[in-house]
Design a protein around this ligand. Structure first.
Ligand code: SAH
Length: 443
């Protein structure tokens, strides 16, 4: 059954908020003020048709948007998307002292910017090997043949791999029957080095026809610099397992960001937007105003990218990160960039900071870039104890950032700068960089 709604109100995730039989629902892919027709049968009511479109709606978006659900802002102009993200941040942080007008820095290119692609396999009705993304709230795979966010090179690689897999009749893994071989494909592309890593994720080591697949793939001359088979026999939607077998090339790629070069292994974290990453790090370093005499802590440092950007400005940097493999890569990254004043430590950031507070370590600047869950009260309290002059907080989730800023307030740190970065264009996500200064409490 279809139901019409006029002049809809839309939240910051581009969902129209409607009421059907006394129950509230969110209808994806809408724009403020539009008239819409909603398909109300089924568990989740869906947009059926836009009756009166907003002037900000665009028609050349992605044809998979409504099914795939990965891009919440694909249906609107980029200017309007930026304005929505700006309004969101200003609204969310309006209570934060010292902040008035928050800007969102745009991307050079809001499409095909992702250096990482990961897709899941299934067999199509015509028995072709195809891949795509999980539909929202389900385990149904929506076949996508040209994702508009992934690097064009990644799309090409995946399409060719799928043809080769189909030719050799390699069976996709079926979550229900637990049969089949190929689970996912994972690509990392170095936009600046043009190196490409192709990871084929299989349900264990067994991969009949592996050599023929590899031979056919390399014959196509697609610019692949390394091919890896990753074993993932776990019952989970996490794409990569822990074991890798290098089938071709060195098993990793390099990427250049600014003046630095980074080694990227399949399992190590690397920001997905290469151009955006440079803008973000430059801003974090600019806000930190690091002096040659400063001791800097880079918490949640991943493969050491921010530490490396900070090193030449500082006396010394300590990078701390939970993932041991990332720390190994960080040490290699320090070496290949001829830097000697960073000490990388594998530890939980909260443990490490608490330990530093106990040791009364002297620190001038803390840069932190936690995952979406944000940091911890204990970590922030340890900063309150160590009293660095400045903290630069890089965040990929404004909500957990806001929670953590209150804890910083309790430790006499206040926001002096806050900027948004549109590093995840076309999706609802937005990155933030915040400068916190310590203000000595009045006695
Ligand atoms: N600053 C890096 C990484 C940011 S992503 C960059 O820009 O590339 C967040 C990182 O925090 C990930 O590498 C993740 O492994 C790490 N992490 C997650 N929980 C952690 C914890 N409790 N302690 C330390 N690091 C953690």
């Amino acid at each position: 059954m279809l139901k019409e709604f006029k002049n809809v109100n839309v939240n910051y995730e581009a969902d129209a908020l409607v009421e059907i039989n006394g129950k509230k629902y969110k209808i994806h892919d809408c724009i403020e003020g539009e008239d819409i027709l909603v398909e109300v049968d089924g568990k989740y009511p869906k947009l059926s048709k836009v009756l009166k479109a907003s002037e900000y709606r665009i028609n050349d978006g992605c044809k998979y948007q409504s099914e795939c659900g990965g891009c919440q802002f694909m249906h609107m102009s980029y200017e309007y998307e930026l304005a929505c993200k700006k309004a969101y941040l200003n609204d969310l942080f309006k209570g934060i002292r010292g902040k008035k007008d928050i800007d969102v820095i745009s991307m050079y290119e809001p499409l095909n910017y992702r250096n990482k692609a990961q897709m899941t396999y299934k067999l199509s009705k015509t028995k072709q090997v195809v891949c795509g993304f999980y539909e929202e709230y389900s385990h149904r795979i929506v076949t996508v043949s040209n994702c508009m966010l992934q690097a064009t090179v990644a799309n090409e690689l995946i399409e060719n791999l799928n043809k080769v897999l189909s030719k050799h009749k390699i069976k996709p893994y079926d979550e229900k029957t637990k049969e089949g071989i190929i689970r996912h494909v994972f690509v990392r592309y170095g936009f600046n080095t043009k190196e490409a890593m192709l990871v084929i994720v299989t349900n264990g080591e067994f991969f009949p026809g592996r050599n023929n697949v590899l031979k056919d793939l390399l014959k196509l001359d697609l610019g692949i610099t390394t091919v890896i088979q990753n074993y993932n026999h776990r019952d989970t939607s996490i794409v990569l397992g822990e074991e890798n077998k290098v089938l071709y090339g060195p098993g990793f790629i390099y990427e250049k960001v600014g003046n630095y070069k980074f080694k990227i292994s399949p399992n190590s974290f690397f920001q997905v937007n290469t151009l955006g990453m440079k803008k973000l790090y430059d801003k974090a370093i600019e806000m930190a105003e690091i002096k040659k005499t400063d001791r800097v802590i880079d918490a949640y440092c991943g493969v050491g990218t921010i530490s490396i950007f900070a090193a030449k400005h500082a006396k010394e940097v300590v990078g701390v990160e939970l993932n041991k493999q990332a720390i190994k890569d960080a040490k290699i990254n320090q070496k290949i960039n001829n830097i000697t004043n960073i000490n990388f430590i594998a530890d939980d950031a909260t443990n490490f900071m608490t330990h530093m507070a106990k040791e009364r370590y002297e620190v001038d600047v803390v840069i932190m870039d936690p995952p979406r869950e944000g940091s911890t009260k204990q970590f922030i309290n340890a900063i309150g104890y160590l009293k660095p002059k400045k903290v630069v907080y890089v965040s990929c989730d404004p909500k957990t950032l806001k929670r953590d800023l209150y804890d910083f307030g309790e430790n006499d740190y206040y926001v002096t700068k806050l900027e948004g970065f549109d590093n995840f264009s076309k999706t609802q996500h937005v990155e933030c960089v915040v400068l916190l200064n310590r203000i000595e409490p009045k006695k």
